[in-house]
Design a protein around this ligand. Structure first.
Ligand SMILES: [Zn+2]
Length: 258
């Protein structure tokens, strides 16, 4: 791929005329993976970019490990453990995580745009925590019924409840409940992926009907009886004969344990 424009003398300019300003200018061997890289020279300013300048891995020294790190991080392996297994530095693993997660999100959103709008969707909050069970998080999730296509995900903080509530307040102070705001964000994001008059399934959480009616006027809201999942366990995989929210619960279980 010939660079389309010179980042030094015409940044941002993308025109076919700008291409003619480049001439081939030898090769170099990339040290990280030994690949032979074509250099080009800009006849305007004399700078010599290469095909690597425009690569999404530009300036990465451990690009050959990206795929392995992603595999491990998507398999429930911790950042430090990935560093140990791949013999990379802990900070390199974090950098790969940040870069690849951005690319993954971009690809995921693009793929969702190309797909047909959903007829029936299921949504719910799943609970997990950051650092300690005293700081619970809620993941609000919407999936397409049947295919389990993930339409949207939003993460929000919530206060601890039950036995831990008192202790959590004493140690970490009051914690905001941002679940409603997250639900609104999620609904706004998936609006374009849901058909008009679609069926929306959820559990019997008393906060849902108002938000659903507001975000999806004209859609039917089916509320099914369901038990809360436990904080770190197999709450979603229930021994019941038929789970009306199976698509959603199965996705939650895969989030936790894959
Ligand atoms: Zn130039």
């Amino acid at each position: 791929m010939v660079p389309s424009n010179c980042l030094n003398c015409s940044p941002g300019e993308v025109s076919p005329a700008a291409c003619s300003k480049f001439v081939k200018h030898g090769f170099y061997n990339r040290s990280s993976d030994g690949k032979r890289i074509q250099r080009y020279r800009c006849t305007g300013c004399g700078k010599s970019p290469s095909i690597a300048t425009f690569d999404h891995c530009f300036r990465q020294k451990k690009r050959h490990m990206n795929e392995r790190v992603v595999e491990l991080l998507c398999s429930g392996v911790s950042l430090r453990r990935v560093a140990m297994l791949t013999k990379l530095n802990r900070k390199t693993v974090v950098r790969i995580f940040l870069i690849e997660s951005m690319r993954a999100e971009f690809a995921y959103r693009n793929a969702n745009l190309d797909m047909a709008k959903a007829d029936t969707i299921e949504f719910d909050d799943m609970e997990t925590f950051e650092h300690t069970k005293c700081k619970p998080l809620s993941i609000t999730l919407a999936v397409e019924h049947g295919t389990r296509r993930i339409l949207g995900v939003e993460v929000s903080a919530m206060a601890a409840n039950g036995k831990l509530a008192k202790k959590a307040r004493r140690i970490y102070g009051p914690r905001k409940d941002e679940r409603r705001a997250a639900r609104k964000r999620l609904f706004a994001r998936i609006e374009n992926s849901v058909k008009q008059g679609a069926t929306i399934k959820s559990d019997q959480n008393p906060h849902y009907p108002r938000d659903v009616a507001k975000a999806f006027p004209g859609c039917a809201h089916e509320r099914h009886k369901g038990k809360r999942g436990s904080l770190g366990g197999q709450g979603e995989i229930k021994k019941v004969k038929f789970d009306p929210l199976f698509s959603l619960n199965h996705t939650c279980a895969m989030f936790r344990a894959n």
